[in-house]
Design a protein. Structure first.
Length: 76
């Protein structure tokens, strides 16, 4: 897996596989013992249905393993 600095993820657009925008990357959740990234924290756009996602406050938590990078980030 390619190395990506966490600071390079912030404010990247997060897209769904259908091409619609989920939101923008705001933060990451990391396992402090192993150092693995667990979640990508996304600030959702106003017009997207977030009911099927895990939420924390006004953010959506996307499992990092389910994300892949293109020009922005893509979640299936």
């Amino acid at each position: 897996m390619a190395k990506i600095l966490a600071k390079n993820l912030f404010n990247k657009r997060v897209m769904l596989t259908d091409g619609s925008e989920l939101g923008h990357a705001a933060d990451v959740v990391m396992d402090m013992q192993g150092g693995a990234l667990i979640y990508l924290v996304v600030k959702p756009t106003n017009n997207v249905d977030i009911s099927k996602y895990k939420k924390q406050n006004n953010y959506v938590l996307i499992p990092f393993e389910g994300s892949k990078s293109r020009q922005g980030l893509c979640h299936s």
